[in-house]
Design a protein around this ligand. Structure first.
Ligand code: 4HQ
Length: 246
C-alpha cells in the first residue's frame, strides 16, 4: 500500500511514523508512506502555498492551483484522495477497513482556515476524526494512517492479528493483568491462572461484552450476537453472583 501525505508541515510526521509498528511496516516494505511538502509545488520565488482569503477575514487558505498540481503529479489509476476536515464522515473501524483495501491513498492536510473550495474537484472523500476543532489536518492524517496501516496484511504479528480477528469485531477489550499476582492486596482473577484455556477465552469474551454493555451500549446496538454471546449476555444480565469472576 502507498500513502502520500500532502502537508505544509511534513516534519510533524517524523516522530510518530519513526517508531514502533508503523516504522516496522515501512521497513518491511508493507507500506510506503510518502511525505510531500505542498511548497514543492509552488512556482513562485517565495514558494507560497497559502494565501489570504478573498472577502477578507482571519487565517490563510491553501491555494487550489498548488493542491491540484500536487495531486495530479501523485495520482495513480487506483488512488483515492481524502481531505481531513470536521465536515467529513466521522472515522470508525468500518471506514478504516474500507480504506485499508485501497492500494493508493492520498491524504490532504489543510492548515489554519482550510483549502480553496476549488480543490474539491480533485477530492474523492472527506473524513473527520471527531467533532472538535484542531489547528490542522496533520494529526487526523496520522490517526488515519495509523489505523489503516495496522490492518495491512503482515503488519501485525500473528498473535496481534488473531486478537484483531476475535475481538476487533465491535467490542471493547477485556481486562488484562500481569505480574505480580497480588498488588496492594488486589488479586488476579483466578480463572486467568487456572490453565483452563477454554475457560479463559469464555471469561474474556464475557468481560468484553460486559464492559461494552456498561461503557458503550451504543456499540452493542450496531452488532449481532452468536449463540455463545447471547448466553454470556444472559449470564451478565440475569445471574446474581460473582459477575467479575465470570
Ligand atoms: N481540522 N477531523 C481545520 C480538524 C479535523 C478534524 C482539519 C481543523 C482541517 C483546516 N480534521 N483544518 N476534527 O479539526 O479532521
Amino acid at each position: 500500500m502507498r500513502i502520500d501525505i500532502l502537508t505544509l508541515f511534513p516534519e510533524m510526521f517524523e516522530s510518530p511514523f519513526g517508531s514502533s509498528i508503523i516504522k516496522r511496516a515501512q521497513e518491511k516494505k508493507l507500506v510506503k508512506i510518502n511525505l510531500v511538502n505542498l511548497r514543492d509545488f509552488a512556482l513562485d520565488r517565495h514558494r507560497q502555498a497559502d494565501d489570504y482569503p478573498y472577502g477578507g477575514g482571519a487565517g490563510m487558505v491553501l491555494k487550489a492551483d498548488i493542491v491540484i498540481r500536487a495531486i495530479q503529479a501523485l495520482r495513480s489509476p487506483e488512488c483515492k484522495v481524502v481531505y481531513l476536515t470536521p465536515q467529513g464522515k466521522v472515522l470508525n473501524q468500518a471506514l478504516v477497513k474500507k480504506m485499508a483495501a485501497w492500494a493508493h491513498l492520498i491524504l490532504l492536510c489543510g492548515h489554519y482556515e482550510g483549502i480553496d473550495e476549488r480543490c474539491q474537484t480533485v477530492i474523492d472523500e472527506e473524513i473527520s476524526i471527531g467533532d472538535y476543532v484542531l489547528t490542522g489536518g496533520e494529526i487526523p492524517a496520522m490517526v488515519v494512517t495509523d489505523a489503516v496501516v495496522r490492518l495491512v496484511p503482515g503488519v501485525l504479528g500473528s498473535d496481534e492479528a488473531h486478537t484483531e480477528e476475535s475481538f476487533g469485531s465491535g467490542l471493547l477489550e477485556y481486562p488484562q493483568y500481569t505480574r505480580p499476582r497480588v498488588v496492594s492486596g488486589l488479586e488476579v482473577p483466578p480463572v486467568l491462572v487456572s490453565g483452563d484455556h477454554q475457560a479463559v477465552r469464555r471469561w474474556r469474551k464475557k468481560m468484553s461484552l460486559k464492559r461494552t454493555l456498561l461503557k458503550r451500549p451504543d456499540l452493542l446496538l450496531q452488532r449481532e450476537f452468536d449463540p455463545e454471546e447471547r448466553e454470556l449476555l444472559e449470564e451478565i444480565l440475569f445471574s446474581r453472583e460473582g459477575q467479575d469472576e465470570g
